[in-house]
Ligand binder design. Sequence first.
Ligand SMILES: [Zn+2]
Length: 360
Amino acid sequence: MLVVDAHLDLSMNALEWNRDLRQPAAAIRAREAGLTDKPDRGRGTVAFPDLRRGGVGLVVATQIGRYVAPGNPLPGWHSPEQAWAQTQGQLAWYREMERAGELAPIATRAELDAHLLAWQQPTPTAPIGYIRSLEGADSLVSVDYLQTAVRDGLRAVGPAHYGPGRYSPGTDASGPLEPQGPALLREMERLGVILDVTHLSDDAFTQALDLFGGAVWASHHNARALVPHQRQLTDVQIRHLVDRGAVIGASCDAWMIVPDWVRGQSTPAEAGCTLDRLADHVLHICGLAGSTRHVCIGSDMDGAFGTEQCPTELQTIGDLPRLGEVLARRGFSDEDVERFAWRNVVEFLRAHWADREWVT
Ligand SMILES: [Zn+2]
């Protein structure tokens, strides 16, 4: 069965982690033996051969570049212009992967439909479809940069990431949108860009849903009722998203799946971080929604963590279909599993992209 993953930081891994994603995950790990510059060295899970093995034929793939003001301890660039240039380097890598036949850009409904047809019986080397999203909008030097990005195929924006942001505060920060936030949302709506609410502060989440009239999703987001943290969705937020027709992607980062995770100390096995615990989040959202129409996968695998912080059953992203098996055991019908695995995201995109004219 086709699997859609609504959130992967592919270009970040290629360019900041120096991972050649054309190699299998096992080969990338072997090449990283002895490296200690990142916490997840030698434990990566995402590579094109592994995606294909798991039937993950369509992904939402990010560009990402943070601006940090003096005193902000998070990693990031010292000017928005540098952050923009970083994202343009990432775009260049995506283009190279298109030329190499590894990735296929999906930015229109016609491209989506053709890709789905091709993946009904994919060849062993079939290009993986990717929809480009910007995680954190700091790199948009000004709001009018968005039009350039959309012309280049950008289709979703999450205004915030971690900490303070130029358009919105993000995870671990608080407060409303920054002064340029509303203008960014207006331009996103005008251009048909999907609003990704993931990482918005609570105040900004409420404000953004009020101001923004376009399509909304939460690409990689679990439930606060099960694991309390501001990074997670409250039940009220989930209901708002359901009312807006959103899809909510189940994230495979252990600290968002089981409570009391201590980064660098807890292990998935000791913490009982299994796919059943992730399924708890999916079922919680379905319970609030009253249907299986708003859930999907937004694994975020290799989003600066590897197997040391993944559910125990996931050795690489090729194991992702096992989550569907767990949901089937927990009561999902075949149709429910199909909805979760790919159909909800595809229907969301087909509805939103119908009859849309894109800036060229
Ligand atoms: Zn994220």
